[in-house]
Design a protein around this ligand. Structure first.
Ligand SMILES: [Mg+2]
Length: 220
């Protein structure tokens, strides 16, 4: 991982799930817990549950409603909020994410969380992990009506927080989102090597990736 030119960076934009928090919670929830509980609550087999959920997941991936608990609760006829609480003990920081946050805040960088997570998912996580004090703003893309994948998200962010993309760093574990940020002109971009602690390292295509947050604060 290349070292960052910190003197050229005054704003740090950070994704939450898979970047600061272990993606294991979300992967486990959507791929294991939800199908299992869907099967139980609707009295169908686990295989049938998977068969019913799969096309819904495929149809809605990358759309804002994908991240909307109300959408899924209505679509699946169950309370996604309550089911998430059943697995909330799996919500965890990625290694040294707090060390990184502490260091950039101390260095006087402007730090803003930008997430596609629904406000409800965001609160569920912030109740368990003390992330809020590190940030000047906690922005859910639902506030703007466009997911981070959409160029209009970046226009709305610019109008809201007035940041200089040429002096900003953005870290996100989703490659299409990094590409969308790059198209907007965000100069410093990093992916995440291992967003889910239970899965192996990932190929991050054209993007350099955070391997270890402690390396990132060198030179700060
Ligand atoms: Mg993410």
């Amino acid at each position: 991982m290349p070292s960052l030119p910190w003197s050229d960076i005054d704003t740090v934009l950070l994704d939450m799930d898979g970047t600061l928090l272990d993606l294991h919670f979300d992967n486990h929830f959507w791929l294991e817990h939800l199908p299992q509980r869907y099967a139980e609550l609707h009295g169908v087999s686990r295989a049938m549950a998977e068969q019913e959920l799969q096309p819904l997941f495929e149809r809605n991936a990358g759309q804002l409603q994908w991240y909307c608990l109300d959408f899924w609760s209505a679509e699946l006829k169950l309370s996604v909020r309550e089911l998430k609480l059943e697995t909330a003990h799996l919500i965890a920081l990625r290694p040294d994410a707090d060390t990184f946050l502490d260091a950039i805040k101390r260095a006087g960088k402007r730090v803003v969380l930008i997430t596609n997570a629904h406000r409800d998912s965001l609160s569920l996580k912030l109740e368990r992990i003390q992330l809020a004090p590190y940030f000047e703003r906690l922005i859910s893309s639902h506030d703007y009506g466009f997911p981070k994948e959409n160029p209009q998200f970046w226009d709305a962010l610019q109008a809201d927080i007035h940041f200089d993309p040429s002096r900003s760093l953005f870290i996100d574990d989703t490659l299409p989102i990094l590409r969308s940020a790059r198209d907007f002109g965000v100069a410093h971009l990093l992916a995440v090597r291992q967003p889910d602690s239970r899965k192996g390292p990932r190929d991050t295509a054209e993007f350099a990736a955070v391997e270890d947050y402690r390396d990132l604060i060198a030179g700060l």
